[in-house]
Design a protein around this ligand. Structure first.
Ligand code: G1P
Length: 291
């Protein structure tokens, strides 16, 4: 099957880097301009043709489920006040009936474990994974670029979005080594999670967007803990790469690591600057602030 219909959004993380903002609110609900991070990433997936949105949540994440549901009182009030633009906005953001699923990761065991928690909902078909910590501003969206590449590479392949990072940052990411080009993609020859600078095969980091084959679930089932004492998706991909092709795709666009404060602030500025209703006024404010 060369169509990717389902996407997993791992949203169980604690968000300790954003305390106290994330004491009672999930980090995925932090807003970039006027949309929660998770909504930005769901919109990216929708642009790529994703039809089923699978959220792997955890304790205190109930508000994410509420965000993707109807808010009866709010909508009734908006209707009465004839606020049609707002109503349309809410409607546009909502997954269709039965198109969102929620499952729980019952402990902080790592990204690999979070993905594995979604295995029953994904079933036996290729799927996407999008990490909501990372926003990618691209046209078309990063995942759309990947699904297009997948259609060209043929079914049965795995694709990881990558980008260059400074060598002194490689220990913060999954890093890949690449070989021959195939269309816009490159064969992956090595993958390593958070390597020391002198162990990194390149400076190409895994950006938080994946297209994976369902066989990854069998690997994850027995995957031992890796970097940081967590079950790592990267380690499972290394095992699967012995049986299946893995490609990297250097996407066109700019990524923002919203798991870090500077990345989050930069994303807010970049997304606001391109908005016709906010950009000019913000530019002016920034000019004054920087004087
Ligand atoms: C995860 C992945 C890592 C990837 C990163 C992108 O790490 O394990 O391979 O490069 O996301 O943000 P985390 O940031 O969850 O530690």
């Amino acid at each position: 099957m060369t169509r990717i219909r389902k996407a997993i959004f791992p949203v169980a993380g604690l968000g300790t880097r954003f305390l106290p903002a994330t004491k009672a609110m999930p980090k995925e609900m932090l807003t970039v301009v006027d949309k929660p991070l998770i909504q930005h990433v769901v919109d990216e997936a929708r642009e790529a043709g994703i039809e089923h949105f699978i959220f792997v949540t955890g304790r205190n994440k109930g508000v994410i489920e509420d965000h993707f549901d109807r808010q009866f009182e709010l909508e009734t009030t908006l209707e009465q006040k004839k606020k049609n633009a707002e109503l349309e906005l809410l409607d546009r953001d909502l997954p269709g009936a039965g198109q969102a699923s929620f499952t729980r990761q019952q402990g902080p065991l790592g990204l690999g474990h979070a993905v594995w928690c979604a295995r029953e909902i994904v079933g036996h078909e290729p799927f996407a994974v999008l990490l909501p910590d990372v926003l990618v501003k691209g046209k078309p969206s990063c995942l759309k670029q990947m699904t297009d590449a997948y259609a060209e590479l043929g079914s049965g392949s795995n694709i990881i979005a990558v980008e260059e990072v400074p060598m002194d940052k490689v220990a913060m990411y999954g890093i890949v080594g690449i070989g021959k080009a195939k269309g816009k993609a490159h064969e992956i020859t090595q993958m390593v999670e958070k390597p020391a600078r002198d162990k990194a095969p390149s400076n190409l980091s895994v950006t938080g967007r994946y297209i994976l084959q369902p066989e990854i679930f069998n690997v994850l089932e027995t995957q031992p803990k890796g970097a940081g004492g967590e079950i790592q998706l990267t380690d499972a991909m290394v095992t699967l790469a012995k049986q299946q092709p893995f490609y990297s795709l250097k996407f066109t666009g700019k990524s923002y690591d919203c798991g870090s404060k500077i990345g989050f602030l930069s994303a807010n500025i970049a997304y606001a600057l391109e908005r016709p209703d906010l950009g000019p006024a913000l530019r002016e404010e920034m000019r004054n602030a920087l004087k």
